[in-house]
Structures are given as C-alpha cells and as structure tokens.
Design a protein around this ligand. Structure first.
Ligand code: AMP
Ligand code: ZN
Length: 461
C-alpha cells in the first residue's frame, strides 16, 4: 500500500507523493508559550509524530525535516508579562521548556527545527514588505493589514469567502481596516506595552501578527512550498487560510501540498479549551500515568474524529498496554527475529488509521503469547521483532518489560532501585532496623519488595 492522506484542501484522501523523497518537509504549528499545555493541545504533536515516524520508516530517517515553532510573542504573552512583571523571555523560556519536556514524556520526537518567532522578526518584516510592494497590504493607524479582497482565491482552504465568513461582521467605528476580514500583519505598539514586546519596522514600532510568524518561519527553514502543513482543525480558519494568503501572494508559489487537520479532543461533550475551563493539563496527567498510556489513549481514536477524553479511556489504555508488555516480556529473551508483519504499516498508510494499528498491535501480542505457550523459538523471536518494530512506528513499547512493570518512570525507577540496593546492603550488614525502615518507607509509597532465591526485586502495587 502507498500512503494516503486526507488533504483539507481537496477534502478527500489522496496518495502522498513528496516533492523530493530525500527531503520531505512537515510544519506543525506549535504552542503559544505562556502557560501549561492541556491534553487537547497535545493531540496535534502526538498524531503528527506518528505521521513523521511513518515517513521516516518509508523514506529514511534523515529524509524527513520536521519543524514545530514556538510562538513567543502574542497578546496573551504580553498580558502574562504585565500581570507578573516578569520579562517576556523568562515566561516563554519557562513554558517552552515545560512543553518540550511534556512532549518528550509522550514519546513525541523532538522537532528537527524549532524556530522561535522573536528570532525571525527581520524575515517577517521582509515578507510584509513584499506584500506591501505588491499591493496586497496597506498601512492603517493601528498597523499593517492584509487586504483579503486583493487575493482572488482567498478562502480556498476553509471554503469561506470574504463577506460570508463572519456573519454580520463589519468594520467597527474607530477601526482602520478596509474590510472586516482583513487581518493584521504588523500591530503598532500601544501605550503601556512592555519594551521587550516592541520591534522597529519601516511602518512604525510594534510587533508581528500571529499568522505572519508561521509564513516567515516555514519558508525560512523548510522552503516556500512545504510537503505537509498540519495543525488542529480550529487552525484551518483563520490561521492557515491567512498563512496561505501571505505566503502565496508574497512568493507566487503554493504554500503546502497537503493540509492535515486533527479533530478536537473533547471533555464532557465539549471541546477541551482554556476558555471553557474543562482542561486537563499534560503536566498533571503525567504525574498519574506513564506517558505511553496517555499516548495510547490519544491514538485510540482516528485523528480526524473527535476524541472523548475520559478516565475510562486511560484505564483501558493502561490495561491494554499491560497486556502487550506482558506478551513482550514472555518473548523478551528470544532475540534474532526479523520484523515482517505489515498490518500496522498498512493501517497507518490509510490516512493514519491508528485505532486499526493499535488493534493490530494487540493481535501481535496475542501471537507472541501463543508462540510462548507453544515454546516456538522462531515464532517468539519473530513476534518480538514485530512488536518492537510496531512500537517504533507508533512511539510505544520504548521501555523494557521490567521497566514497565516497575512503573515506567525511569528516574523514579533508578531511585527505587537505589533504595532496594541500600536495603540489601543493610541486611548484609545485619542492620535489620535499617532494612526494615527502607522496606516500610517503600511500602508506604506502594512499592513491594520481593525477596527470593535470586535476590530482591520489587513491584508497584
Ligand atoms: P492553542 O494553544 O489554542 O493555540 O492550540 C495549540 C494547538 O492545539 C493548535 O494546533 C490547536 O488546534 C490545538 N488544539 C487546541 N485545543 C484542542 C482540542 N481540544 N483538541 C484538539 N486540538 C486542540
Ligand atoms: Zn501556524
């Protein structure tokens, strides 16, 4: 099978052909860094990480260039700086670090490039200059605006045309744009805004609009025409529509050959969002669940369908992964097998059908159990290789079965290993009180030590 992807631009699945199989480019719009990411925000990075892994498998690891930007200048960031009195760079560094740590814990590969918006203001100014020169943009008293009427095919991604995109929208009195759908390329600084939110430009001091950030960074790092541009479905309009307007009018080339959008992650029947207040932070979830459980739960739905986030979904993911790791443990010693099973790849090549791929993964686990039951060494080695190859594609099974059974957190595992080793030394020194103290302390945090003929092991209960 060859890869088919649903392209929002044509509203159907079509075969994927890269421009250059040695240099495949993907741009995923990244976070605005002023607070913690919720699990809905993690859906695009996780699902498009699976796409990236699939492309790496098909075209070779070094052939896939993956950019995810950091939006580190924006109204909400400025508000956070004014509220806390902290410099913008301190706030954005803090939350970008947290975001990246959260994504790594979900086994999302680090992007090949991570452009920060504030590092690209000259490129944004250059792009706006081109648009002004070509009469796609005009200057008003509040900033520089993109004139939607100047672009004949504006609205082609979302299907919204100027005039019908915001029912009843009009230019408010006091606003200086020519049409309600015109959007800001450059926003002039307002009184009271912090100095670190202001840059000089040919039109006046201020800052870039959000959409121009992605147009400039994508072109600089990946080129004028991307293979794939992706993000959440709420970015289709206006963000991606406006990125297209800016990039295509400035460059005269199409911005991306495939547009991919994930559906919403919902909670309580509504889109998870900060404004509704129904959010679960990735950071908090990771204290309760191994990253792989969260990732598995995320991939249990098709990326374009809405996904209802519930405690049951996580419990189910944990149970299934326990079963799969249990099967992996039974074939773990059987090395030398060759991965041959195509089912998971076929499922992913059909527009990233991850629910199907996870069902296939459970199927391989069953085959591994059968192989172990029958003590079939060749089958055990083959299913082990298949499980690990599948894990690599899906970003799962990155731990050893032992690490998984011991709770999954590598740092914590090392700490508990250390305590268990200290107890063994205490016992060897006949310091029973100390040995007992360690055993009780571990029991209190739910860790049981098991003394056997071969030494002491432990497990979480
Ligand atoms: P935001 O912080 O709202 O700009 O969102 C960052 C990314 O997360 C964007 O790609 C959004 O489309 C995506 N996103 C936000 N909320 C959700 C949600 N509830 N479900 C899926 N994706 C979301
Ligand atoms: Zn973007």
């Amino acid at each position: 099978m060859t890869l088919k992807l649903h392209d929002t631009m044509v509203r159907e699945k079509r075969g994927f052909q890269p421009q250059d199989p040695k240099r495949i480019t993907i741009y995923v719009c990244g976070p605005t860094v002023y607070n913690y990411a919720h699990i809905g925000n993690a859906r695009p990075p996780v699902v498009f990480d699976v796409l990236r892994r699939l492309l790496m498998k098909t075209y070779g690891e070094s052939s896939v260039l993956f950019a995810r930007n950091i939006t580190d200048i924006e109204d909400k960031i400025i508000k956070a700086a004014l509220d806390t009195g902290e410099p913008i760079a301190v706030i954005t560094k803090k939350y970008a670090d947290i975001y990246n740590a959260d994504m790594l814990a979900l086994n999302v590969l680090a992007p090949t490039v991570e452009p920060w918006a504030t590092g690209h203001v000259p490129e944004m100014i250059e792009l706006i200059t081109k648009l002004v020169r070509k009469d796609y943009a005009y200057t008003g008293k509040d900033g520089v605006w993109f004139s939607v009427a100047a672009m004949s095919d504006y609205g082609k991604l979302s299907g919204r045309k100027p005039g019908d995109n915001e029912a009843g929208a009009r230019v408010e009195p006091g606003e200086d744009k020519r049409a309600p759908e015109d959007f800001a390329l450059w926003k002039f600084a307002k009184p009271g805004e912090p100095e670190d939110a202001i840059w000089g430009s040919p039109w006046g001091r201020g800052r870039p609009g959000w959409h121009i950030e992605c147009s400039a960074m994508a072109a600089k790092h990946l080129g004028r025409t991307l293979d794939i541009h992706a993000g959440g479905v709420d970015l289709t309009f206006p963000h991606h529509e406006n990125e297209i307007a800016q990039s295509e009018c400035a460059h005269g080339e199409i911005m991306a050959r495939y547009w991919l959008h994930n559906g919403f992650l919902d909670m309580g029947g509504e889109k998870m969002s900060k404004s509704l207040g129904n959010v679960v932070l990735v950071h908090e979830l990771l204290k309760e669940w191994p990253g792989e459980v969260i990732r598995f739960a995320m991939l249990s739905g098709h990326y374009r369908a809405p996904l209802d986030w519930t405690p049951e979904l996580l419990k189910q993911a944990k149970t299934t992964l326990d079963r799969i790791y249990g099967a992996l443990r039974r074939v773990w010693e059987a090395e030398g097998g060759k991965a041959a099973y195509r089912g998971i790849r076929d499922a992913l090549e059909d527009d990233l059908n991850t629910p199907e791929a996870l069902a296939e993964l459970s199927g391989i686990a069953s085959a591994a159990n059968t192989a172990a039951d029958q003590n079939d060494a060749a089958m055990m080695a083959a299913t082990r290789a298949d499980l690990l190859a599948a894990g690599e594609l899906l970003g799962l099974l990155t731990m050893t079965p032992k690490e998984w059974e011991q709770g999954g957190d590598a740092d914590d595992t090392a700490r508990i290993d250390g305590l268990v080793a200290a107890r063994i030394s205490a016992r060897a020194a006949k310091d029973w009180a100390e040995a007992d103290r360690i055993r009780k302390a571990l029991a209190e945090e739910g860790v049981e030590i098991m003394d056997g003929a071969g030494g002491s092991t432990w497990r979480r209960i």
